[in-house]
Ligand binder design. Structure first.
Ligand code: BGC
Length: 728
């Protein structure tokens, strides 16, 4: 290969957006023929990918192209957004959704997805909180690994099966690392992180994804300790390759190499040299490698070995995909017709969407719980700007999803109640103070037997570049909710009124929480949103989803997360000089892990061995009983605190969960194994250790669980992992 051909391989070119989907930019054809492009992002379709492969075969070396796309929460069958998926607390369902997405997208010619996003986020102002699993590193790690396995099949499939499968995607945990800690929740902002938080909170999901076999990884836009990730040899070499033995491909984020210039690291040639030497293999969207590195190498400022090893890694990935044998093997319109949005995929989407729904409130109306609603209802008023907004239900990365495939909340209720008269009034826009629709909303609420308000954020109010300074309900929606509740109550105190939220971040909605008879969190659930919602509202499915993030009472509490440190002055209502606000409680509106079911559950019999050795695994068990007369879902959660350590430890940390379905009156004993790696943390000398001493455990249905046990570990401090390489 000539140097120019090598640099061409390392260049990933973006598709343009056309009228009906992605389009091939005009300059692409000749560049592909010249061997100046190694991969594309955001181009898919059997037609375009085949045509471009044909052009690649006309280049001197005939190296096939690889096509990447953000296949995040589905392809044509769109599943819940990742934050909603995390609310399922279901790793099998999460893997299944990724598997289906891979099967569908691969048929359209996509080889590589930029997922899973595994950034831990403690700040809901950050719009990209919707793309990840929330605030907890343990849940985040479990779901990161599940998605990698779902996208790639098992590790063996990508590494050497002959012939390799045609329905797997290279997975890309992103954004490596720390992007979720953008200051002020403002996207792309700078990040301040201590090394200990980096290792205890940010890194575990990345490590889990890599252990699960992720073939590639994406660098993050932010800096860490003064070095942007795209220029950090420490991150991309010392940590990723030397510590974690990652042998796969590193891709830049969109123009991440060129953005080293505004970061302040120098001119084009300098930053391209820093990125390739740091270990960014493929440059996405900017083209500084191609335009500057040949001269840098010839001048001896950049070693050719850096380019060569990047090219080898890319060619290996193409080889693993079988593209040297047949560059067209993914792009298959017959397969595409067979696999897209099949009845089976829709069924899975509905089941998973149901499992993501979180019931936040369910007060009594007319002497009975407000939900589930009676199926015999003759009239229902469905009110709110998001009730019939299929685009919002699709979420933020809809792939090949189409609004016309979506069952909106309104459509779902209409299907489920074919004999009822369902009126629909928007009432107010999602984001302005226009109240002209209030009168119609009040009238509809007055005239119907039940009211379902569908409020929240449109899908474009979260995700990339969509941070909000306020996480309250936008526009006039709160006023609409008050007006509707008042009108409903005035006509009949026994009228059920339910608010369903759609959103990509936790919303601070204290009035809804205090005043709404029922409050349901439904995120953006994908193509089956409305069916899944109707299943839950009418009691055909139990709302077993739980919150993967803490819900604040107000934006001013942010960051607020359950696994915080205590400080020397933990909040105490009876002591003024403790860590509180004078204008707001210090507690959240809803804690991490919280959610109600239609069933009720009781926990007992928490069994913890009283003592153990630091090197041992401990088995903890707890009995959960369904104390109601209906079947229901519960997420049994296990939390641990290291009561005293050589460094301060969080108040509690999730270390196990299991979602169970229990029939009326059924009891089950759930077991968890606490291994040393669950109890380990980054000590003063930066080694990951388990220290002897006292621990507290809690088991229950949320991070506020109160059933408590204790154990004591004796023995020497056990080193689970050596200190990370020193920062440079
Ligand atoms: C985002 C990435 C995404 C990439 C390609 C970037 O702006 O940060 O998450 O994978 O674009 O679409």
């Amino acid at each position: 290969m000539t140097l120019e051909e090598k640099l061409g391989q390392l260049t990933m070119f973006p598709g343009a957006s056309g009228q009906t989907g992605p389009a091939v930019p005009p300059a692409a054809d000749s560049a592909v023929r010249a061997g100046a492009i190694g991969s594309f992002l955001s181009i898919w379709s059997v037609r375009d990918t085949r045509r471009l492969q044909g052009l690649a075969l006309q280049s001197r070396l005939k190296i096939p192209l690889v096509f990447a796309y953000d296949v995040i929460h589905g392809w044509r069958t769109v599943f819940p957004v990742p934050l909603g998926m995390a609310a399922t607390f279901d790793s099998a369902g999460t893997a299944q959704a990724a598997r289906i997405a891979a099967v569908e997208a691969a048929a359209a010619g996509v080889h590589w997805t930029f997922a899973p996003m595994v950034d831990i986020a403690r700040d809901p102002r950050w719009g990209r909180i919707v793309e990840g699993a929330g605030e907890d590193p343990y849940l985040g790690s479990v779901l990161a690994a599940a998605q990698v396995v779902g996208f790639q099949g098992d590790r063996g499939q990508l590494a050497g099966a002959a012939p390799p499968p045609t329905d797997v995607l290279l997975a890309t945990p992103k954004h490596f690392a720390g992007y979720g800690f953008a200051e002020g929740g403002r996207d792309y902002n700078t990040v301040e992180l201590t090394e200990r938080t980096l290792w205890d909170v940010v890194m575990p999901p990345f490590e889990a994804a890599i252990r699960a076999g992720a073939a590639t990884i994406m660098a993050s836009f932010n800096e860490i300790g003064g070095t942007p990730a795209h220029a950090s040899r420490w991150l991309l070499q010392d940590v990723l390759r030397d510590r974690w033995r990652f042998g796969g491909l590193v891709v830049s984020d969109w123009t991440g190499v060129a953005e080293l210039i505004p970061h302040g690291l120098g001119d084009s040639a300098t930053v391209a040299g820093r990125a390739i030497r740091a270990g960014v293999d493929v440059e996405m969207s900017s083209t500084l490698y191609r335009s500057t590195l040949a001269a840098e190498i010839r001048a001896g400022r950049v070693p050719i070995a850096a380019v060569d090893s990047a090219v080898v890694r890319l060619l290996r990935a193409k080889h693993a995909l079988g593209l040297f044998d047949d560059p067209y093997r993914y792009s298959d319109s017959t397969r595409e017709r067979r696999v897209l949005l099949t009845a089976e995929h829709r069924r899975a989407a509905r089941e998973i969407a149901r499992r993501a729904i979180v019931l936040l409130e369910n007060r009594a109306t007319g002497g009975a719980p407000t939900l589930p609603l009676r199926k015999a209802l003759r009239t229902v008023a469905v009110i709110g700007p998001l009730a019939d907004d299929p685009k919002s239900a699709l979420g933020n990365w809809w792939g090949a999803g189409k609004p016309e495939d979506v069952v909106s909340p309104l459509a779902g209720l209409r299907r489920a109640l074919p004999n009822a008269r369902i009126t629909h009034v928007r009432g107010a826009p999602a984001d302005t103070t226009d109240t002209t629709g209030f009168a119609a909303a009040r009238a509809a609420a007055r005239d119907a037997e039940a009211v379902v308000l569908v409020l929240g954020e449109r899908q474009d109010m979260s995700a990339e570049a969509s941070s909000r300074a306020s996480i309250e309900l936008p526009g006039a929606q709160l006023a609409l909710a008050r007006a509707v509740l008042q009108a409903a109550r005035a006509s009949s105190p026994a009228k059920p009124v339910v608010t369903v939220l759609l959103n990509g971040r936790p919303l601070a909605v204290p009035w809804l929480a205090d005043s709404m008879p029922a409050l349901v969190e439904s995120w953006f659930l994908g193509v089956e949103h409305g069916n899944a919602l109707a299943d839950v509202l009418l009691g055909d499915a139990d709302p077993g989803g739980r919150l993967p993030v803490t819900v604040p009472r107000a934006t001013g509490q942010v960051p607020i997360y359950y696994n915080h440190k205590l400080t020397g002055r933990p909040a105490n209502a009876n002591n003024h000089y403790t860590s509180k606000y004078i204008d707001l409680p210090w507690t959240p509106l809803y804690p991490f892990g919280f959610g109600r079911s239609y069933a009720t559950f009781a926990y007992s019999d928490l069994r913890v061995p009283a003592t153990g050795r630091t090197a041992d695994s401990l088995v903890v068990s707890v009995t959960v009983a369904n104390t109601s007369s209906r079947a229901g879902d519960e997420v049994v959660q296990l939390y641990v605190r290291d009561d005293a350590g050589s460094v301060t430890r969080p108040v509690r940390e999730l270390k196990g969960f299991q979602r169970v379905t229990l029939g009326a009156g059924e009891r089950r004993t759930v077991r968890f194994t606490l291994k040393p790696e669950h109890l380990a943390f980054t000590a003063l000398d930066m080694r990951r250790v388990v220290e002897p001493g006292a621990f507290t455990v809690w088991a229950g249905g949320s991070s506020a669980a109160t059933l408590e046990g204790r154990f004591r570990l004796s023995g020497d401090t056990v080193v689970v992992a050596p200190a990370p390489p020193p920062y440079r």
